[in-house]
Ligand binder design. Sequence first.
Ligand code: ATP
Ligand code: MG
Length: 566
Amino acid sequence: MKFSKLFIPTTKETPNDATLPSHQFLLRAGFINTSGSGLYNYLPLGKIVLDKIRNVVKEELDNSGAQEVQLSFVTPIEFWENSGRASKMGLEMLRIKDRKNNGFVLSPTNEEAMVELVKNRVTSYKDLPINLYQINTKFRDEARPRFGLMRGREFLMKDGYSFHANSEDMKREFHLMEETYKKIFARLGLDFRIVDADSGAIGGTGSKEFHVLANSGEDTIVVCDSCNYGANIEAAKRVPRQIEEKKSLTSGKIHTPNTKTIEEVSNFLEINRSQTIKAVIKKAVYEECEKVAVFFVRGDDELEETKACNSINALELADISEEEINSAGLVAGYVGIKDLPANVIFKIDSELRDENDMVCGANEEHYHLAGVDVCCLSEDVYFDLVAVSEGDICECCGGKLSYTKGIEVGHIFQLGDKYSKALGANFLDNNGKSKSFEMGTYGIGVSRLVAAVIEQSHDDRGCVWTKETTPFFVDIIISNGKNEDEMAAGTRIYEDLRSAGVEVIMDDRVKERFGFKMSDFELIGFPYAVVIGKKLSEGLVELVCRRTGEKEDIPLENIVEVLKNK
Ligand code: ATP
Ligand code: MG
């Protein structure tokens, strides 16, 4: 490809709203442009990268035995009503009406549509297992579309769904997908980590996320310094904390004026924060109503909101005002585990079970209770609610846990029969009995990967593409486009590289100066440049490595061989 013919509108200006390097560089280097909030156009270079990633995903999935299909992007709202998700999906799911007033949605995901596709077509255990996937547009009306391709509203996802006669076979496929995903992300040249993930309201045991490790990642990942354990903080576990020595206090109500925070109470009573119980109050949002929920954790722990939300099966947790707290019969700043109003839901962190001699609010202004024993409560109030902190101990090996940041690029899920049951998708088992399919579901953020590669691989001058993702492997830079010898030598190398199967672009622009071409090379981020310049008269060209910046003079006749071996 000739640079002069390719539509690559590079620019020096950094758009205001672009804070992440991938967002800035992809716009500046002419890979994408913005067509609306969370909406992007792919220009030629961007389209090449997107297709390359797509192809790696497709090749590895096809090798694993999965089959590619393509579902309609617009799906009837009935699918979502039948599964019960129409009301759960909230505003992220964009709903539309056709001219006959029929309801549709722009697919945010396709569990329902895929079950509908298989239903009554796959009817016997003999037809199982089957794994169908698509690489298709999704639309989610994200509350905060940001970071460019990282969190768009319209984006490209690979979503796969497998159907099985029993859960053992579903688990086998889940492991196969885990292995397949490893191959995909390794081929893309990414440094990634597989972590335990939150399974949300869907439940089930096996949900894993694949995270590209990058400082800009939106997710906090908990990792162990001495074993392979890794988990999204939403699902991370630890060995229960060792508690510092407690001070013995007389049981009963104590006057603790103006001590609304854990800090204030523990200072006032001269006790460790770990001897106190913290109440975190939230508004729990359900399909049909809202309730006030209180979560109790140890004073020196933080509440993990996803865990808290799961513990009460809410759609989401929202902030609550002091007025709302008061009208629920609670006294903000003094909420404790005893005598809570009946209309308030509450959960207690499991690590507080059977704990004694604690301090918590007395549900009365300016008063706390001392010598509180956490006992005699029903089993279902206890739940793992805490956010694991750095320095906590790993459950698997006793090592130290710490945080790192990740970009979620894949999520695999043991789904069970939730959707097949709700949508009446059955097959006949080997005894002739009708059963719902066991399902797995597997997602990859294909367009998010374009950004993730760059988050992990860039410098202050621009992108540094990996071998599998780069739009072209080599950029032949003709220093002076008017120099016929340079152009002739460049063209010869260009043709030879093409015949050797190397993906090559030639910067043959006549008007642009060498410095400009070089900074475009750095901004766009091809792995290598071959500079045809002054030393051509000595029979030499310069090979530049984008990643290391290393430059090396290579005899003209060897350059194709050298590049073929890179
Ligand atoms: P997130 O927590 O980042 O919102 P999710 O849990 O909603 O992701 P899934 O429903 O599991 O995502 O979707 C599968 C994959 O699609 C994700 O792992 C992610 O890589 C990608 N993805 C999800 N939302 C977006 C988005 N708004 N823009 C780009 N890619 C996305
Ligand atoms: Mg999401």
